[in-house]
Design a binder for this molecule. Sequence first.
Ligand code: HAM
Length: 433
Amino acid sequence: MAIQKPEGTEDLLPADMRFYRTFVDTAFNVFGKYGYAPIETPLFEQTDLFVRGIGEATDVVSKEMFTAISAANMQKVLAGEKLRAKSRLSLRPEGTAGTVRAIAQAGLVGQGTAPVKFTYAGPMFRAERPQKGRLRQFHQVGVECMGADAPSIDAEGIIMLMRFYEEIGIPMDKTHLLINSMGDEHCRPEYREKVRTYILDHEDRMCDDCRRRADANPLRAFDCKEEGCRAVMADAPKVTDALCDECKSHYAQVKAYLDAAGIVYEEDPTLVRGLDYYTRTVFEIQVDIEGMGSNAAIGGGGRYDGLMKEISGKPAPGFGFAIGYERCRLALEAAGAATAVAPACDLFIACVDDSTRAAAFPLVQACRDAGASAEVDHQSRSLKSQFKLADKLGARKVAVLGPDEAAKGAVNLRDMATHEEEIVAWTDLPSRL
Ligand code: HAM
């Protein structure tokens, strides 16, 4: 049997790739205006980075991480040997932990430095049950800003994200921006304890998972999909009632900036997100599109003021978000927005017969060397089928090269949009594209 792609993965064929690149370019363009510069970090990192950064008790770390292991180390494991920390590797389930590690390792933030702003795009890996909008290898475009705890950074980031969605064509009337504050190391522990006690007081009505999680990660119960748990958690203590004065003030300022910018949002005191590093602001963008169900979040993020210290020992506040590419594409397709991007082909050289092929070969090469994208037929196709091919490639111009033109050292250059034709000398062709 022919080998198939692994479950929960997608091939990005050239047409998909064109849209993916447009998506990433648009994001980098928008984010660049806010000072975010591209960065790339490894697809795998030490497992400990994710355990410490994202949290051991999260689903992402405890259930969904893919281990990356060399064949030699696999032999050691099978022989019962324990691997050293630097050999215990995992494919990245998200981009924040790696980016923060890279920023710490390069020593880019310190006392009194201006915040650093980075953006990245690429595949992330989570061993989830594959379904529409939920893959095992998916793509994110994300941003991370480190070194500033000002609420204006959070607001600026959220505004920038909404500008991106608008620019790429996400239907804004079907989009909800949910925001919340999760408190910080001063007020969260007390709140967590309140939720833990509340869950234990209602444990007879809650699922096994939530009961089990009550100690390790009680806030996850807000995300449980079980009806019984949802009903119980609807009356659970709200984080917004438990915020300390500093967190309350930070949250109020974020909202004030968003209000002033005309950003519409809904406050959701049950929004807790699935990664443990968040402090203060958290947000998620969901789309109302049929069939997306529990995979309606097309992006999310928040502030993580304790993550850098967890990873490197040196404290620095942080803020960021990530956008799910595949879910955005689903949302765009469902809304009938264009995701097709025409291939770039400036010129197709069509040979009237085989006698002109030898002249066409260096000519197409000269056009490419001059910076144009140019193609020629390599299969002795008829003129008619060469025109069909030119059409399929989206060629803006077709240079017809017959024996008469070849004798004059020229081509008959046709503009495929206006159908205008002109005779152009070979030497002038590259500069006419
Ligand atoms: P996240 O909410 O886990 O956050 O993921 C961000 C987005 O990635 C989601 O809103 C969703 O669109 C997409 N996504 C997540 N899992 C899958 C999946 N299995 N299949 C398809 N798409 C998926 C983070 O990853 C954080 N690192 C965001 C962040 C950056 N927070 C601060 N900085």
